[in-house]
Design a protein around this ligand. Sequence first.
Ligand code: FE2
Length: 316
Amino acid sequence: MSGHDARPGRSCPTAYRYPPRTLDRAPEIEAETLLVVGGLYGNVEALAAVLELAAREAAPAAIAFNGDFHWFDADPADFARVQAAVEAHAATRGNVETEIAQEDSGAGCGCAYPADVSDAEVARSNEILARLRETARGFPEARGRLARLPMNRVARVGRARVAIVHGDAASLAGWGFAHGALDDPAHRRWLESAFAESKADLFASSHTCLPALRVFDFGRGPVAVANNGAAGMPNFAGERFGVATRISVRPAADALYGTRVAGVHVEAVAVRYDAPAWERRFLAAWPVGSAAHDSYFRRIAQGPAFARERALPRAA
Ligand SMILES: [Fe+2]
């Protein structure tokens, strides 16, 4: 996509931007084990599974919800559950929280969708957002707290400096950590400067909704980008679990795949939620013919057309 596209759902508002060097700061989170949970999308069954994952750790684990924890939770009771759980842990806002915390900014869902996403899909996202904002209006205090959430967090796990973002190294809704961008040689210089300016060993991101783990060596040892895809939606064809990024001084009992940077384990772990219960809850809020059903039900039931092999760590 060339030039600036101002249509709702296509643009990336200026307020979404931050220079990568602002991530070069003292960590706000220190943990031996950190679960980064991007894209919960209002799935309360997945939320329960994430809390269980953390509880199963041998030592206390920190949780960071890095944005888009709300989305399908237009039902006020579900919204309140997600909000309360997130507030008990570390969080950053995603484009969803940023846009529901304010009245219509003209950015639509703030997704900054790339050109290969259809106009119809963008319009449906804007419609979902409008309904979710209506729910959020019923929680004015929580809405204020969402507006005040930071756009990123810095964590230290063992020796590793971790920059926790929603989109990419420079924008809340950036697509610079999408699997395609990570594998694009023309994007390599941008990545190299993002790591140099932020002094991060690892970026933990989400937003693009498809997972990818990539390892780079820019001359000071391996560094990585771990995009968890979605914690609250299926990520791989034919599979029905969410994915979170686990960063720890100890390896996970059953990781999907992983790597190591700065002596720390960086792994994708499955968020195995009660899929039939979630499907029933989703259908109650978003029946056949609704915007979310049209855009997401197929993925919720069958997973996206994305093979697990495409997410696997490789030196890019
Ligand atoms: Fe997002």
